[in-house]
Write a protein that binds this ligand. Sequence first.
Ligand SMILES: CC(=O)N[C@H]1[C@@H](OP(=O)(O)OP(=O)(O)OC[C@H]2O[C@@H](n3ccc(=O)[nH]c3=O)[C@H](O)[C@@H]2O)O[C@H](CO)[C@@H](O)[C@@H]1O
Length: 364
Amino acid sequence: MKIVVSGGGTGGHIYPALALIRTIQAKHPNTEFLYIGTEKGLESKLVTRENIPFQSIQITGIKRSISLENIKTFIRFFKGVKDCKRLLKSFKPDVVIGTGGYVCGPVVYAAAKQKIPTIIHEQNSIPGLTNKFLSRYVNKVATCFDSAGEFFPKEKVVLTGNPRASEVIGEQNKDILQSLGLSANKKTVLIVGGSRGARPINEAVIKSLAEFAEKPYQIVYVTGEVHFNEVEKEVSLVGKPENIVVAPFIHNMPDLLRGVDLVISRAGATTLAEITALGLPSILIPSPYVTNNHQEKNASALTEKGAATMLLENNLTGPQLIKSIDEILLNDEKIMKMKKAAKGMGIPDASDRLFKVMQDVIEY
Ligand SMILES: CC(=O)N[C@H]1[C@@H](OP(=O)(O)OP(=O)(O)OC[C@H]2O[C@@H](n3ccc(=O)[nH]c3=O)[C@H](O)[C@@H]2O)O[C@H](CO)[C@@H](O)[C@@H]1O
């Protein structure tokens, strides 16, 4: 079998694609893959380090306001479609799957025009522009939230969940905490601002460092690659408590997630799929800078079930962050309830479900 995968820009679109590829590689080792992305997106780094064949095209996202840049984007889109048609003709895939981000636009569109079976995977509760556009042309739309289905042609929608949920499932192993220089026996909080980090979260954490030093729990704090140097400088001015580890990015996030007790994060949909699959309590700080405020909607799905608490960025201060952590981590009964609620929302067999959709469109 030959499969083209495309998805990019941020980790939330790339990791589901990689998780799906790994599932298929495990089941059908002879499958050939081609990943199409952009050089600028995180995919050019994340995909190549997995030794998956990677080709890049040039494309930019569309701006919501009318601008000259959009005319250039349309020109790039059609040039991208032409380049993709050439790549697809030479690779001859059985199916093409897009996991979101604007790079999928020309890839999936070109495939649909060449009558190659196509699927898009939408991670969020409110779909992105590219997936809405592509839904007219594809065979199936795989979703992770019921609410996303309303935005797509009904007959094409299948609720599969996010393949990354399947990937994080596994035995809990605290070795990773020790390898980071932390204790295997203390409760552990992971603080992460999505795949690129989030400055407002970083600011609140830096302001809380002195107080964290007094806490009975420990913290893995992931700054995001681009913010790391600046954060390190500020941390060295205040002094880093021994119970905190600061890292720019964690490549083996599934291992780490299996070792922590509480996650503080933006409300990116792939992160939410991971924490619900594992049944992890969370404090979600939705990014207000995303299309249609979709992260707040993503987060609400969890808070409505009691799986998470939400802290809006407007209310994010150092003291509020510490209060929110203590309310959960120092209350075993609350932890148990949140764990159960989170687990109840997880879709751990998402990879299998999505693979089944692929088989169905190929055989159709
Ligand atoms: C600003 C923006 O547009 N954000 C979107 C983007 O978020 P973003 O890329 O931040 O996505 P998510 O939070 O959903 O997923 C992040 C992924 O990166 C991984 N990870 C993160 C940090 C790290 O150090 N190591 C690591 O491996 C996580 O485990 C997860 O698999 O895609 C999501 C999924 O479509 C959307 O919901 C978000 O709104």
